[in-house]
Design a protein around this ligand. Structure first.
Ligand SMILES: [Zn+2]
Length: 376
């Protein structure tokens, strides 16, 4: 049988040992939070100088009985605490307190089996495996509790970006964690933030990894996800995976697109291009249909390219707009008119309405004839 207290006793100073046991007896060891990866736990332990977080593997569930003799080494190398004593000397009274709590909780009910040797395998494995182990702990924590702190995630993302293709084992292991998170609404909320942060800093490798999960999320979480992705798409001019990123906005169901649009509309109001561009990229046309009569000529031209059956209605609306501009245009402001004529002619062809608009403009502004001649 494995006792955590007996195991740790040989590794700590007697004074630390008795102080740790006293912490437990005084009720200073909090309730544990289970991490998703193979039986790790987080404890908050309050000592004389404050409250610290202890992270510890549940050895008796993961260590084969043959290796119980190495349990003390395993504990020394894997249990951690945030306190200053731990930083300087290693195993501290807070970890001892947690060991006492574990003994109390599991008593003689320790399961003994030979199946899994993961912990020792990981502990004594190569540096890279250790690094991946730490990364997985970070991911596990971020997907278990709302820490709001993405400092370590950003570091991981930068490393993965510079060492592209070298961390597949990490992604393989991460999948086990992610698959537990998917379907759990509140953890998915944390996942959305992790996805957006990691893609923003890490770029394509993270995007490629996450993209298969986008549509597996709850629809409400999808709204936040696609809204965040849209901001990344919008603010990031030069990224190598821009076309891939662009293509994902078409995928969600219509209801999700509607909600994403509404949120962008609310948030960016006057910055019209941001939500207007979303309509075209996401192929979300409901808003454009409803506001067809009030769209500006350049938007109408894009619309008519996608829906040729609206061509005549579009031509007429642009003609009327140009007539109105022509009547009220302040001197010197011809740039917009010229641009509309150019786009109109180049993208939809120069039909009868086009000629009519050009004639109208030419008659009203005879001194701009030379400028307009190039549009014929
Ligand atoms: Zn400590």
């Amino acid at each position: 049988m494995l006792s955590y207290l007996n195991t740790i006793q040989s590794k700590v100073d007697p004074a630390i040992f008795s102080r740790g046991v006293k912490l437990y007896l005084d009720g200073m060891v909090g309730n544990p939070v289970s991490l998703l990866i193979d039986n790790w736990r987080l404890y908050n332990v309050t000592g004389s100088a404050g409250s610290y977080e202890v992270k510890i593997p549940i050895l008796h569930l993961t260590l084969s009985t043959k290796k119980y003799a190495m349990a003390a080494d395993a504990l020394t190398q894997s249990a951690t605490c945030e306190c200053p004593y731990y930083a300087q000397y290693g195993l501290c009274k807070h970890i001892v307190g947690v060991c006492a709590s574990l003994d109390q909780e599991f008593g003689s009910k320790y399961r003994e089996f030979d199946a899994s040797e993961e912990i020792l395998d990981n502990i004594f494995a190569s540096q890279k495996v250790k690094t991946h182990r730490k990364w997985l702990e970070t991911m596990d924590t971020l997907l278990s509790r709302d820490t709001g702190n993405y400092y370590y995630l950003d570091n991981i993302s930068r490393t993965i970006k510079t060492e592209e293709g070298q961390h597949q084992p990490f992604f393989d292991e991460l999948t086990k964690i992610v698959e537990v998170v998917i379907g759990d609404y509140s953890r998915e909320k944390l996942l959305v933030r992790v996805i957006l942060e990691s893609i923003l800093v890490g770029g394509q490798c993270w995007f490629d990894y996450w993209s298969e999960y986008f549509l597996q999320l709850d629809q409400y979480n999808q709204i936040n996800l696609f809204k965040g992705l849209w901001k990344i798409y919008w603010v990031t001019a030069q990224i190598d995976y821009k076309e891939k990123l662009k293509s994902v906005f078409r995928n969600p169901v219509e209801q999700v697109k509607l909600e994403v649009f509404n949120e962008l509309f609310l948030e960016f109001g006057l910055e019209k291009n941001i939500w207007l561009e979303y309509c075209f990229v996401a192929e979300y046309y409901s808003w454009l249909d409803e506001n067809f009569e009030n769209l500006d000529p350049l938007t109408l031209i894009r619309y008519a390219e996608i829906f040729p059956e609206c061509r005549e209605k579009v031509d007429l609306l642009i003609l009327n707009q140009i007539k109105m501009w022509s009547d009220f245009l302040p001197t010197g402001e011809y740039g917009m008119v010229i641009e509309v004529f150019q786009e109109w002619g180049n993208r939809l062809g120069k039909g009868d309405f086009y000629s009519e608009a050009l004639d109208y403009f030419r008659t009203n502004h005879p001194r701009k004839k030379k400028l307009l001649n190039q549009l014929d």
